[in-house]
Ligand binder design. Structure first.
Ligand SMILES: [Zn+2]
Ligand SMILES: [Zn+2]
Length: 161
């Protein structure tokens, strides 16, 4: 019966182990006797240094894997959407409407004016914060002039952050 075979194999290993164990004890006692007297000496033993080094490496690797895991566990769709498109504030420049709305377009989208969903006119201009002395950080409708966004209230070029 294979079961019995395995049991006897295990018993043999146990016997061998029990025979081997007493021979190890004196060896260890001899090796670590100086350490018992001077605990600082433990660092002189290569096996301790290598164990400490291995533990340090394991620790660093697990930290890196944890950090990497945090990044990759973010929902992929959200990351991709954030990477390729953005929200753009739009101010309708139709005097009768002046609605403010937000559109989601590809990054660097600058095909303004866009259609206003309220008055259906093509009068939606990009709204940016103008930090001039007169506008003081207000969200203002802009206009593209010579590749720059210019505040329609004070005509200052708005630097985009
Ligand atoms: Zn409008
Ligand atoms: Zn302004």
């Amino acid at each position: 019966m294979p079961h019995v075979d395995e049991e006897s194999k295990f018993a043999k290993v146990m016997v061998a182990f029990r025979e081997w164990l007493p021979t190890v004890k004196p060896f260890l006692a001899e090796r670590y006797a100086p350490v018992r007297e001077t605990p600082g000496l433990v660092w002189r033993l290569p096996e301790f240094r290598y164990t400490a080094l291995a533990l340090g490496v394991l620790f660093a690797v697990s930290i890196l894997r944890f950090a990497g895991g945090c990044l990759s566990f973010a929902p992929e769709g959200a990351v991709q959407r954030r990477a390729t498109t953005g929200d753009f504030h739009v101010a309708c420049t139709n005097e009768q409407c002046k609605k403010h709305f937000v559109i989601n377009r590809k990054f660097k989208f600058d095909d303004f004016p866009v259609d206003c969903p309220t008055c259906k006119q093509e009068t939606g201009q990009r709204a940016l914060r103008c930090r001039s002395k007169t506008c003081r950080g207000q969200l203002v409708p802009t206009e593209i002039r010579g590749g720059d966004y210019v505040c329609r209230q004070c005509n200052k070029v708005i630097k985009r952050e």
